[in-house]
Design a protein around this ligand. Structure first.
Ligand SMILES: O=C(O)c1ccccc1N[C@@H]1O[C@H](COP(=O)(O)O)[C@@H](O)[C@H]1O
Length: 215
């Protein structure tokens, strides 16, 4: 039997939406810790959200090119995962993984064949890779822009490399994405919001329902 699809709802900021994601059957939630994000959660608030998730759903804190003190501070809160969503090199991912002692998901921007060619080196040093759309030049953040990428680029990927898919997923396109790309899991933020940083219960439920129905 195929592995069950992992569904991650990212950019959760409130206890209500954490409860919604859990009740709707998500496997993971992501909390952003990046000042420029409309989903930014402070260190103080992260602690409470991670504790509220513990034992109910896997939690993941999203960081962008963090320094060692930020990694240590976040790891001490006890999330299941840290997602690295910046320009971290394979060497840096390896160092953070050793330092943090939690599982590491490395997000990689995909905009062309050269980006697909780099996935394998990160698969060796991270516990999981997440493939996201490459942000346009001048974007003020490296993700969470609701932009998708050309999924056919992934045809060139070694089929033995598992990955999660993100970037512009919505309740309307998630089934098509799953059938086309056959990812280990799917990750969404903007596509389940009614405004930047404001999650919508019905969209979260529809996203998870449509993702589960696709497999
Ligand atoms: O959400 C953000 O603002 C963000 C900021 C910096 C790095 C990553 C960010 N979000 C992550 O990007 C992917 C795709 O998001 P979307 O569904 O296209 O909006 C996802 O992992 C977000 O959590």
């Amino acid at each position: 039997m195929a592995d069950p699809l992992i569904v991650k709802i990212c950019g959760i900021k409130t206890y209500d939406m954490l409860d919604v994601a859990i009740a709707a059957g998500a496997d993971m939630v992501g909390f952003m810790h990046f000042q420029r994000s409309p989903r930014h959660v402070s260190i103080d608030d992260l602690g409470g959200l991670i504790s509220a998730a513990r034992g109910r759903i896997e939690s993941c804190v999203v960081l962008v090119n963090p320094d060692n003190s930020c990694v240590a501070e976040v790891a001490a809160l006890g999330p299941d995962w840290i997602q690295l969503h910046g320009p971290e090199t394979p060497h840096r991912v390896e160092a953070i993984r050793a330092e943090a002692g939690v599982e590491i998901m490395k997000a990689l921007p995909i905009g062309g064949a050269e980006d697909v060619a780099r996935v394998a080196e990160f698969s060796e040093v991270a516990d999981r890779v997440l493939l996201d759309a490459k942000p346009p030049k001048g974007a003020d953040r490296p993700g969470g822009l609701g932009e998708s990428f050309d999924w056919s680029l992934l045809d060139a990927l070694d089929p033995s490399l598992p990955f999660m898919l993100s970037g512009g997923l919505t309740p309307d396109n998630v089934a098509e994405a799953i059938n086309r790309v056959k990812p280990l899991g799917v990750d969404v933020s903007s596509g389940v919001e009614r405004a930047p940083g404001v999650k919508d219960k019905r969209l979260i439920e529809a996203f998870i329902r449509n993702a589960r129905a696709a497999v």
